[in-house]
Write a protein that binds this ligand. Sequence first.
Ligand SMILES: *[C@@H]1O[C@H](CO)[C@@H](O)[C@H](O)[C@H]1NC(C)=O
Ligand SMILES: *[C@@H]1O[C@H](CO)[C@@H](O)[C@H](O)[C@H]1NC(C)=O
Ligand SMILES: *[C@@H]1O[C@H](CO)[C@@H](O)[C@H](O)[C@H]1NC(C)=O
Ligand SMILES: *[C@@H]1O[C@H](CO)[C@@H](O)[C@H](O)[C@H]1NC(C)=O
Ligand SMILES: *[C@@H]1O[C@H](CO)[C@@H](O)[C@H](O)[C@H]1NC(C)=O
Length: 442
Amino acid sequence: MGPDVSWKYYSVTLVIIFLNFINGIFHNKPCKHVHPKIHEVIHGVHIEPAHILKKRSIDQPLRILLYYDDSVYKLEEDKFELINNTVLPEAVSFWEKALMVRSTENVIRLNRKCENNQVFYRKGDWYSYCKNSCETRTLCGEVQVPEEHLDACRTCNASGMNCTNHDNAGTGIIGADFVFYVSAMETERCSKGQTVAYAAHCQQESALDRPIAGHANFCPNSISTKPQELAILLSTVKHEILHALGFSISLFAFYRDSEGNPLTPREDNGKPLQNTKLQTRQWSDRVIKTIIRKDWVVHNGTIEREVQVMVTPKVVKEVRNHFNCPELEGAELEDQGGEGTVLTHWEKRVFENEAMTGTHTQNPVYSSLTLALMEDTGWYTANYSMAQPLSWGKGLGCDFVMKSCKHWIDNKRSNQNTLPGLARKCNKIVKTDVKSYKLKMF
Ligand SMILES: *[C@@H]1O[C@H](CO)[C@@H](O)[C@H](O)[C@H]1NC(C)=O
Ligand SMILES: *[C@@H]1O[C@H](CO)[C@@H](O)[C@H](O)[C@H]1NC(C)=O
Ligand SMILES: *[C@@H]1O[C@H](CO)[C@@H](O)[C@H](O)[C@H]1NC(C)=O
Ligand SMILES: *[C@@H]1O[C@H](CO)[C@@H](O)[C@H](O)[C@H]1NC(C)=O
Ligand SMILES: *[C@@H]1O[C@H](CO)[C@@H](O)[C@H](O)[C@H]1NC(C)=O
């Protein structure tokens, strides 16, 4: 009986692997969140001082303003209607219901880009000043920020003196906590891979570093108006919005505790250290820890596997509870896929159909884990009634989440407990780059 069972086991596994492979080719659209580089993000937008903001409870529903670049109006009519009437309103209203922020004064005026990104800060002054001059245009992603959203140009001369306010402030953004500049341009990034949309933040406010402006670009040629693809498009747009709101390698170093204090120490300039290799700010191990998993069983022996784990408090509580594993250090982040996928998503092996993993699979869910992460930014509280249930791995214990899949399958098999479905859970296809797929047999 033994050999027969295992033959069936293997053939079922192979069929499932094959189906997954086919499925992978057609449906596993990878998210390439190309995070904004240090010089692409403008800091120091003054709304209110930190000592006032920190005291407010985080209880106001997030308000997102959409601003369309002209390119959006140039979309074919059916694509425009899909984006304007269905996709954006649903995606935006999802996060507006799911997230709350501190109330702030009603007007946000974004900072102007400085010539050569050279900025002065003056003691006792809330505002930042450009060295010599402000750029004539301030971009957010591909979109030019309209003059009416911009604060006055403030400059000092090259020695940081004779500072002036050029008195050309716009009316500002009224009644919103975050502004999204939406474009629809067939950019270079669109043609690489199967990108439908991408988004990132572009400005942060000065008191608590919350991102307050971002851009989202739709790739016109990749938008499908087929009804059966609507769910994927919607989930993708929600996913991209979340990168801009907080789940990004470019924002980890700015996360704060529940009192509003930084989780990563700051330099004299008030910002975390730069990581020149990743072109981002380096977070501390209060945000992400590197953990070595010893005795990681692979097909031909064992290896030591290094994993990156999100260790902020609510995330830790959430994953321990989900897997029923009280010793779990935190939630593992994606380690494959290169820039854009790595570290900016939950690990696929561990979280499968959570929507913030790096590739789209069927039935994506925004679970309480992702909401917990948003709370752990220190900028939001979450409405957990918006969380969608994640059944993957639920209650399966420490072995499922802390040991390799091979270890786990082997163990279950020796326990006479084999279920073909488990094989599917462990043998999966991951996309390692745009063109090649490989079996991940960990
Ligand atoms: C775009 O959507 C907004 C609100 O969802 C609506 O008021 C407006 O009429 C739409 N524009 C067009 C051209 O359909
Ligand atoms: C919380 O989510 C529920 C739906 O799950 C929604 O009805 C409610 O309005 C949300 N609360 C806030 C403050 O947005
Ligand atoms: C900046 O302005 C101050 C006077 O306000 C002047 O003394 C100084 O020379 C100026 N520096 C430069 C580089 O123009
Ligand atoms: C200070 O700057 C203004 C314009 O920015 C200029 O007109 C003025 O001459 C400068 N004053 C000095 C002392 O450099
Ligand atoms: C297992 O195989 C890989 C190549 O597939 C090789 O690099 C590695 O050294 C092998 N490990 C052991 C423990 O034999």
